[in-house]
Design a protein around this ligand. Structure first.
Ligand code: SAM
Ligand code: SF4
Length: 331
């Protein structure tokens, strides 16, 4: 078995694996997927056993943290069973989940009981009508119920992720912040990225982190950079001066954090991606189903990380948008 760590050409050490468990979703966020989608046939998805095997191999190369995503991970049947399997793997210290929260309410306790400790719920607006416009589905109340149930179940913090789109969600920044402060949630704004289905992304629609900070400072109160920042985390955290909580800004477009990236991703159909914006993938599923050894898998993972580029090219003239849409990468 290879024992090397996952260090790329730029000296970045990778310890974080994001696992998409499905490309399916129960809503249709306009910035993520089209209304009509051809989902993967079930046989194309990695089975729980295949995911578990890959994670075991990945731990031998220094992967310690996992995040389950999708599509909507909670639509994958028996997800708590997978969480339990993954949380028990020696070397895994942390299993997180990113969800749209629609199905979270009734599942929060089971997820916590299965060993899940970190949860991010995506919510872009406090306005039910805008929710329906952005997601093309109803469900706002269910998401709120899910967030509160997660707090009740013992998740601490519960993080709320909001995609910030200029001209669409500007008016949501302050109400979301108030909601988060009221319920002790950690709110994080994500700059809108060009991974949407309809090619609707344009630079003018990015509501920049700096603009969000200004809005919050003006409407809610002064903020200062958090003293205990994790320099490798994508969010830059700020604390309210009045002690009313924390807000994070994920400035993927205006201040890319590629220099400290520690992530690799595997899609629901088993394609390894060394960057959200990668144009090449490594077919782990074909290797597994073709009889590859653990060493073969480790080498494939190591080679993929070694080939990682320095950073995404969103801000370059020659930017090429990956063919995969956000829902089939996992965010
Ligand atoms: N369905 C789950 C959810 O929505 O949380 C997990 C998958 S979703 C693809 C993961 C994250 O990506 C969500 O927080 C979502 O808001 C974010 N996202 C999707 N499309 C995006 C885009 N074009 N720009 C920025 N973030 C995006
Ligand atoms: Fe579904 Fe999440 Fe994409 Fe929204 S962002 S369509 S919830 S996968």
């Amino acid at each position: 078995m290879a024992t090397d760590r996952l260090i790329d050409r730029f000296g970045r050490l990778h310890n974080n694996l994001r696992i998409s468990v499905t490309d399916r979703c129960n809503i249709r966020c306009t910035y993520c997927m089209p209304e009509q989608v051809q989902f993967l046939p079930r046989a194309d998805l990695l089975s729980f056993e295949e995911i578990e095997r890959f994670v075991r191999v990945a731990t031998t190369l220094g992967i310690t943290k996992l995040r389950l995503t999708g599509g909507e991970p909670l639509v994958r049947r028996d997800l708590p069973v997978l969480i339990e399997k993954l949380a028990r793997i020696p070397g895994i210290v942390d299993v997180g989940l990113t969800t749209n929260g629609i199905l979270l309410g009734p599942m929060a306790r089971t997820l916590h009981g299965a060993g899940l400790r970190r949860i991010n719920v995506s919510l872009d607006t406090m306005d039910p009508e805008r929710f329906q416009r952005l997601t093309r589905r109803p469900g706002f109340e269910k998401v709120i119920e899910g967030i509160l149930a997660a707090r009740e179940a013992g998740f601490d913090p519960v993080k709320v992720n909001a995609v910030a789109i200029k001209g669409e969600t500007d008016e949501d920044v302050v109400p979301l912040a108030r909601f988060a402060r009221e319920h002790g949630l950690e709110l994080r704004f994500i700059e809108y990225m060009p991974l949407d289905a309809g090619n609707a992304w344009e630079r003018g629609k990015v509501l920049y982190a700096s603009e969000i900070l200004e809005l919050l400072a003006k409407e809610i109160g002064p903020l200062a950079p958090a003293p205990d920042q994790d320099p490798r985390a994508p969010a830059v955290d700020y604390d309210y001066a009045d002690g009313g909580g924390r807000v994070g800004l994920i400035a993927s477009v205006s201040r890319p954090f590629c220099g400290s990236c520690n992530r690799v991703r595997i899609t629901a159909d088993g394609k390894l991606r060394n960057c959200l914006f990668a144009l090449d993938e490594t077919d782990i599923r074909a290797l597994i189903r073709g009889g590859a050894s653990d060493l073969d898998l480790a080498v494939a993972l190591r080679d993929s990380v070694a080939a990682k580029w320095e950073g995404h090219q969103i801000n370059a003239a020659n930017f090429i948008k990956p063919e995969r849409l956000m829902h089939s990468i996992g965010g």
